[in-house]
Write a new protein. Structure first.
Length: 473
């Protein structure tokens, strides 16, 4: 599929010595994905006002200071590709420097949609996105699976940046950020996401946006509740909240959170998270992992899933899984197999310390790991909420709590949660040996009730009902 507008633009750009992409962040990266098939790459350069504050290379293109091009200002064309809030100031700077040949990425986007919107919205097309163009997973996965059972008259499209997206037959892929992606976006009747859409997104009449989000419970502060988040990111949140028609809530706490932290005023479906429906079904996840990793049916399974952190852990703060395994086996009288899952964005994972355990970081669907495991050890990850919906045991390993809390605030102190908290390996072993399941499950039940969980295993069905009703109108 080819854009007539971008093809014409590429012809115009060839008459210039350089094409300068002004901006070195995510907005510029998205623009480069879109334009790449139409670019003469040796003419492209990324420019910023201060190259010292940016990386030297962006997607293979050099990052330079805009001042380097002042002597040939009439021979360059510039596309401003920053968050919208910075555009007016950059225009003033360019005018002051004498640059005359430029446009904004927003203007370019409008031209693309004008072309795409010549095509009608397709009643049966549904566009899914999981996180930042991940594979087949998250809440959108379980909605798609439910729709596949209910109707064959649907065109299900999945946005991905991966060739191995793991899509089932009946779901077709579109590459994130490409012209084809924006074409699908501009002609789909329904969008289903669990993360914000980018700044290049435009919604038209007749389209319906369902936002499932991805975190549940009173855990990390997010969006307008959090301190220190970039203003451009909050602009993106506000933009999405204005486009969304329905937000899917897993709890009473989250419903209030959407109003306050997202500035969202639309409809909220209080039905639970589709991904958690798995816990109420005969899901076969345990057997799947037994066959994949050679786990015996009588073995216990411990999942260790630390969250994302920007800093490397000190040696004393590394969880000693060998010690923990022995404590569990003494306490329960059975053998335990240990799965380790690092956050995909973690810049400093201690992978070398866990070579002898089963690394499931690349396992596509974390929900299946939660369903199959008996015990979870995490630190600050929101998967503690999902896992505990099953009534299973969660241990929190918090040797670096003070340091981590400087990065992220929490809605509730961990001391006020029912999960078993420890601040050292020695204390965690002691807590495991002293653990009383009955007391824990009573505290957990009260906690989930207090924060109003809606999960009952019916979320996928409820959302599919709503989608089918809308597509048939």
């Amino acid at each position: 599929m080819e854009s007539k507008y971008l093809k014409q633009l590429s012809v115009v750009l060839k008459s210039y010595k350089y094409l300068l992409i002004y901006g070195a962040g995510g907005v510029a990266e998205d623009l480069l994905i879109l334009l790449e098939p139409y670019l003469c790459k040796e003419k492209v350069c990324i420019v910023v006002s201060d190259e010292r504050e940016n990386r030297r290379i962006l997607k293979g293109y050099p990052v330079k200071n805009i001042l380097e091009f002042c002597d040939i200002r009439d021979e360059v064309y510039i596309i401003l590709s920053t968050a919208p809030r910075y555009t007016d100031q950059i225009k003033k700077n360019l005018n002051h420097l004498g640059f005359q040949h430029y446009c904004t990425a927003s203007q370019l986007t409008e031209q693309i949609y004008q072309e795409i919107w010549e095509q009608p919205v397709k009643r049966n097309k549904i566009l899914f996105a999981n996180g930042d163009a991940y594979g087949f997973g998250g809440n959108p996965k379980y909605i798609a699976l439910e729709l596949m059972k209910r109707s064959r008259d649907l065109d299900l499209v999945w946005v991905t940046s991966r060739e191995d997206a793991g899509l089932p037959e009946g779901v077709r892929a579109v590459s994130y950020g490409t012209y084809e992606h924006y074409y699908e976006l501009g002609t789909a009747r329904i969008w289903i996401d669990n993360q914000h859409k980018n700044f290049y997104t435009r919604k038209r009449d007749g389209q319906f946006y369902i936002q499932t989000w991805h975190g549940g419970g009173p855990l990390k502060k997010i969006e307008f509740d959090a301190e220190g988040l970039p203003e451009a990111y909050l602009d993106l949140c506000e933009m999405n909240s204005g486009m969304e028609d329905v937000m899917v809530s897993p709890s009473g706490f989250n419903s209030g959170l959407y109003r306050r932290a997202f500035h969202y005023q639309g409809e909220i479906m209080e039905c639970g998270y589709p991904r958690n429906d798995l816990f109420w079904k005969n899901n076969g996840c345990r057997k799947k992992l037994e066959e994949l990793f050679g786990i015996n049916p009588e073995d216990g399974i411990l999942l260790f899933a630390p969250t994302y952190r920007n800093f490397a852990s000190e040696e004393k703060d590394i969880l000693d899984l060998s010690w923990i395994q022995k404590a569990l086996e003494r306490s329960t009288g059975k053998r335990y197999r240990i799965l380790v899952r690092f956050h995909p964005f973690d810049k400093a994972p201690q992978k070398g310390c866990y070579k002898e355990w089963i690394d499931v970081t690349a396992y596509e669907d974390v929900q299946e790991l939660l369903a199959a495991s008996d015990i979870l050890i995490t630190d600050y990850s929101s998967i503690m909420w999902d896992f505990s919906l099953q009534g299973k045991t969660v241990f929190l390993f918090h040797p670096d709590l003070e340091r981590y809390e400087k990065e992220r605030g929490y809605y509730l102190s961990f001391a006020d949660m029912p999960y078993i908290e420890a601040f050292s390996n020695e204390e965690l072993v002691e807590k495991i040996e002293q653990f009383r399941l009955g007391e824990y499950q009573k505290a957990l039940s009260d906690f989930l009730s207090d924060y109003g969980t809606f999960d009952k295993g019916i979320a996928s069905r409820a959302i599919a009902d709503r989608i089918l009703e809308y597509t048939e109108e």
